[in-house]
Design a protein around this ligand. Structure first.
Ligand code: MG
Length: 395
C-alpha cells in the first residue's frame, strides 16, 4: 500500500477576507467551522490519506488548535511552522514529513475548504502515471492583455488551465526539487507544479469541479456562507414538563415571575415553560434531555434560574452550525392566567433564542377542571421547536 500524506499550507497572513480581529482568512468561519477546519476534514476524511500535516504561522498556534478541534480529525500530526513565502512554507512542511517518508504528498491551500473527495481521488489516481498531478479548471472566459486600460491583445484560451490545489507529487522528487530551488536562491514560484516543471517533472492535469473555490475576499466568505445555509435541513423537537404546587406566593413561567397563591416545587425555579422548551431544542438535535445535562442530584442547580438551561440548549444548537426557526408553547393550568404575561415571556425567550415575538408562540388552556391540572395540583407545559442544521455532518 502506498503511504499518502496531505500537506495543508495555512501560514499566509492574508487578512483581506477576515472580519476585524478574526485573524488570517483561513481561520475565518463559514457556518460553524473555520475555512482551515473544513480543508483538514476533507483530507482527514479521505480513505487513502494516512497523514495530514498543516503548515502554520508561528503566531497562529492557538487559532490552529481550535481549527484542529473543529475538524475532529484523528490523522492530524504535529503542525510545521512556515517560512517567509509560500514556497518556503511548503519546503518546511515537506521537511517535516520527510522522516516518515510517504510515497505521495498532496499539497493543498488552506483557503480552498470545499475540495471534493472526488478531486482528491483523481489527483491520487493520476500519480500512478506521472510524478506530478494538478487539479485545474479549463479557462472558459476570453482572455485579454491590456496596457494603460486599453486592450492590446486577445490571448487564445485553447489549452489554458487555471491551477488549483491539491497538487500531488511523488514525495522524493518534489522534496528534492524544492530543496534545489531553495539552494539556487529561487523563491518566486507561486505553486508547487511550477517547481516541478522547473525540475523537469511531468505534471498531469486533473479536471477539477468549480466548487473548489479559493476564499480570498470577505465577499467570498459571504457567498460560501450563503451556499452553506441553503443546505440547512429543518428539524423538529418536542418537550413536556410538569411541576406540582406547594406553599408559596409566586411561580416562574417562561422566565417571568408571576404572583400566585402557591409556588411550583422543584430543584431549580421549576419553570415548566422553559424546561419543556429546553427539551424541545435538545430533542431537535438529538442531544439528550435537560435532566441529563443538569441532573437534579447536582446541588449546583438548586434554585437555578431556568434561563441558564435554555441558554445551554441554544449553545448546543449553534455549535452544530444550527439556528432556531420558531418555538411554540402551550401551558396547561387552571391558574394563574398566562395571557397578561405573554409579551414579557415572548421578550425573554426571544432574547435568549434571538427570535422576534412572532416566532415565539405562547398559548394557555385549562383542562376543564379534569385531571391533575384541573384539580390545581400543578402546572404542565408542552413545547415544539424547529431548528435548522447543516444537512450532512460533513458540511
Ligand atoms: Mg422540570
Amino acid at each position: 500500500m502506498l503511504r499518502i500524506a496531505a500537506l495543508i499550507v495555512a501560514a499566509g497572513r492574508g487578512t483581506r477576507a477576515a472580519s476585524q480581529g478574526a485573524g488570517p482568512k483561513q481561520y475565518a468561519s463559514i457556518g460553524a467551522k473555520s475555512v482551515l477546519a473544513r480543508a483538514i476534514a476533507a483530507f482527514a476524511g479521505h480513505p487513502n490519506i494516512d497523514d495530514v500535516k498543516v503548515v502554520i504561522h508561528a503566531d497562529d498556534r492557538e487559532l490552529y488548535e481550535r481549527a484542529a478541534q473543529e475538524a475532529g480529525a484523528a490523522t492530524l500530526s504535529e503542525p510545521a511552522i512556515g517560512g517567509a513565502t509560500r514556497q518556503a512554507s511548503v519546503l518546511k512542511g515537506l521537511e517535516a514529513l520527510a522522516p516518515s517518508s510517504p510515497d505521495l504528498v498532496l499539497i493543498h491551500d488552506a483557503a480552498r475548504p470545499f475540495v471534493s473527495q472526488r478531486t482528491i481521488s483523481h489527483v491520487i489516481a493520476a500519480l500512478g502515471e506521472k510524478p506530478g498531478a494538478l487539479a485545474a479548471l479549463a479557462v472558459t472566459d476570453t482572455l485579454k492583455r491590456a496596457s494603460g486600460g486599453v486592450v492590446t491583445e486577445t490571448i487564445a484560451r485553447n489549452g489554458l488551465w487555471r491551477a488549483q490545489t491539491p497538487q500531488g507529487f511523488q514525495f522524493a522528487p518534489i522534496l528534492a526539487a524544492h530543496r534545489k530551488a531553495a539552494e539556487s536562491g529561487l523563491d518566486t514560484f507561486t505553486d508547487d507544479a511550477a517547481i516541478a516543471e522547473w525540475a523537469k517533472l511531468d505534471v498531469a492535469i486533473v479536471e477539477d469541479s468549480s466548487g473548489n473555490i479559493k476564499i480570498t475576499t470577505a465577499e467570498d466568505l459571504e457567498v460560501a456562507d450563503r451556499q452553506l445555509s441553503r443546505s440547512l435541513e429543518p428539524r423538529i423537537g418536542t418537550g413536556f414538563d410538569v411541576h406540582r404546587f406547594c406553599e408559596g406566593d409566586h411561580v416562574w413561567l417562561g422566565g417571568v415571575r408571576i404572583p400566585h397563591t402557591h409556588k411550583l416545587e422543584g430543584h431549580s425555579d421549576a419553570d415548566v415553560v422553559l424546561h419543556a422548551l429546553t427539551d424541545a431544542l435538545l430533542g431537535a438535535i438529538g442531544d439528550g434531555d435537560i435532566g441529563q445535562h443538569f441532573p437534579p442530584s447536582d446541588p449546583k442547580w438548586k434554585g437555578a434560574a431556568s434561563k441558564l438551561f435554555l441558554e445551554d440548549a441554544v449553545r448546543r444548537v449553534r455549535e452544530r452550525g444550527g439556528r432556531v426557526g420558531n418555538v411554540d408553547i402551550t401551558v396547561l393550568a387552571e391558574a394563574p392566567r398566562v395571557g397578561p404575561h405573554r409579551p414579557a415571556m415572548q421578550a425573554l425567550i426571544g432574547g435568549v433564542l434571538g427570535l422576534p415575538a412572532d416566532r415565539v408562540g405562547i398559548k394557555a388552556t385549562t383542562t376543564e377542571q379534569m385531571g391533575f391540572t384541573g384539580r390545581r395540583e400543578g402546572v404542565a407545559a408542552m413545547a415544539t421547536a424547529t431548528v435548522f442544521v447543516p444537512a450532512s455532518s460533513d458540511l
